[in-house]
Design a protein around this ligand. Structure first.
Ligand SMILES: [Zn+2]
Length: 478
């Protein structure tokens, strides 16, 4: 357990420093692709620690890579640091109180994510030096996870080539190696063009783009019956063609997103949606074209890394909560409305059993490590660009409790907890678990080889970006 003691001591000795860093990123609260101050702050620390910096990867100004060492194995940590619009909230306060009215806030805890991964990278560097071990440690600065992503652009640009394995984490409500999966996603804008006309005087001359868009919705609704259960189609009108009912609308733009458990099925589903759009255009004698705007591959935990990561998290143990943490968590829990609370109660019953419901409502913080479940084939409803990294290199994501049990993501409650004792205890736990898992993996060339073989089975031998080449990072447009 010498490695555990080393990592524990390294992180604990510097915990005030890491907390300060994360609280500064929390205050910056920068939107996707605009994380200039956050990225610069992290770069400054890594440079001071002797890491070599490469900025602006894949034509994204706030992305970067920080490397230490030049020998094998090459391993890394993914860091994120973007905030969400309008979720500004005062720190550690259990009532809605914006820190700055209508401003962005860290409602997904990426301030903790970015700094937790940085702390893990520094701890690994020190461990390699102290023990005279070979290896290269890389911190990948990955912007805009809440935007159109960055990791798939970085993967397409070859940023993860030559990397043996990657660890990452996400602030969550429980402590575990993620065993469920995320869905692949593709987003596109569909534009219908028709012919404008007086809707009363000469409607026979008009060809309605709005009719076409509505028929596309109808067609997609019929399509839903013939998709895999986990697949999803979402849409929103970006431009409904104006507000005058007495004009035949000649221009409409609709945004569509499709999700599927596997990236290859997602591409097929997207093509079926394209056919529905073409059918709608045919029926209405309008024209349609589309432009893909975003796409992520599905995420799967690498099953060869999982046992090492699972043991590392068990060795580190859950965050050590005190009475003040429980009190704040209870206040946050009680800030949710009745319907949400009902859902939270169900989550508690499913996770801990009905016998612990009252106790967990009283002390709503996860105080155990849940074992990795390799048989779990369920899908989280969401999608993440970490999926694309998992299609390039062996990748593993930890969930660490930084929020009350049942907490809802992308809320002011998450912003409040992401700059609180609860969030920071989770962040430091994540840093320790990731660093420990990484140094133990680095010592196992056999596991690394098997983990890479698993990626080859998954991607067919080569990573293929789900985005067509024409899609560039939407810098300044997001
Ligand atoms: Zn997130």
């Amino acid at each position: 357990m010498l490695d555990l003691e080393f990592i524990e001591r390294y992180i604990e000795d510097r915990k005030e420093f890491f907390i300060e860093l994360a609280s500064r990123v929390w205050e910056f609260a920068e939107l996707p692709y605009e994380e200039v101050k956050s990225a610069n702050l992290l770069i400054e620390v890594l440079r001071r620690e002797g890491f070599e910096i490469q900025e602006g990867l894949a034509a994204i100004p706030t992305s970067f890579k920080a490397s230490f060492g030049s020998s094998s194995p090459v391993f890394g940590f993914l860091g994120e640091y973007d905030a969400l619009d309008t979720l500004s909230q005062e720190a550690a306060v259990a009532e809605r109180k914006p820190f700055e009215e209508s401003a962005p806030g860290h409602g997904c805890g990426h301030n903790l994510l970015g700094v937790g991964s940085l702390a893990a990278a520094l701890a690994c560097k020190e461990y390699l030096l102290a023990n005279n071990l070979d290896g290269t440690v890389i911190y990948f600065g990955c912007p805009a996870e809440e935007g159109a992503g960055s990791k798939q652009f970085m993967a397409r640009a070859g940023v993860f080539d030559g990397v043996d394995f990657v660890y990452t984490w996400h602030p969550a409500t429980k402590n575990e190696v993620q065993s469920n999966r995320s869905l692949a996603i593709m987003g596109a804008n569909f534009t219908f063009r028709g012919i404008s006309s007086h809707a009363g005087g000469s409607p026979w001359l008009g060809r309605s783009a709005l009719d076409a868009a509505e028929l596309m919705s109808v067609g997609c609704n019929y399509l839903r019956e013939h998709m895999y259960d986990q697949e999803r189609i979402h849409y929103a009108y970006a431009n409904a063609g104006g507000v005058a009912p007495n004009v035949v609308q000649d221009y409409v733009q609709v945004k569509y997103e499709v999700r599927s458990p596997k990236v290859k099925d997602m591409k097929k589903l997207f093509q079926r949606v394209v056919k529905v759009a073409q059918g709608a255009a045919l029926m209405t004698e309008t024209r349609v074209d589309y432009e893909i705007t975003m796409a992520f591959s599905d995420y799967r935990t690498n099953s060869k890394l999982a046992p090492i990561a699972d043991q590392a998290l068990k060795d580190v143990g859950p965050p050590k909560w005190d009475e003040e943490d429980y009190l704040f968590a209870r206040e946050i829990l009680n800030s949710y409305n009745e319907e949400t609370l009902e859902g939270i109660k169900n989550t508690i019953i499913q996770t801990y059993g009905i016998g612990r419901l009252e106790e967990k409502l009283e002390r709503p913080l996860d105080d155990v490590v849940h074992p990795y479940d390799g048989r779990n084939v369920s899908y989280a409803g969401g999608s993440t660009d970490v999926g694309d990294v998992s299609y390039c290199v062996p990748t593993l994501n930890f969930h660490i409790a930084c929020q009350c049990i049942g907490n809802v993501g992308h809320t002011w409650q998450t912003t409040a907890q992401s700059n609180s004792s609860i969030g920071y205890k989770g962040m430091l736990t994540a840093a320790k678990a990731m660093a420990l898992a990484a140094i133990r993996t680095a010592k196992r060339p056999d596991v690394i080889e098997e983990a890479k073989e698993e990626v080859v089975v998954q991607n067919g031998g080569k990573y293929e970006c789900p985005l067509p080449d024409y899609v560039k990072p939407p810098i300044g447009k997001y």
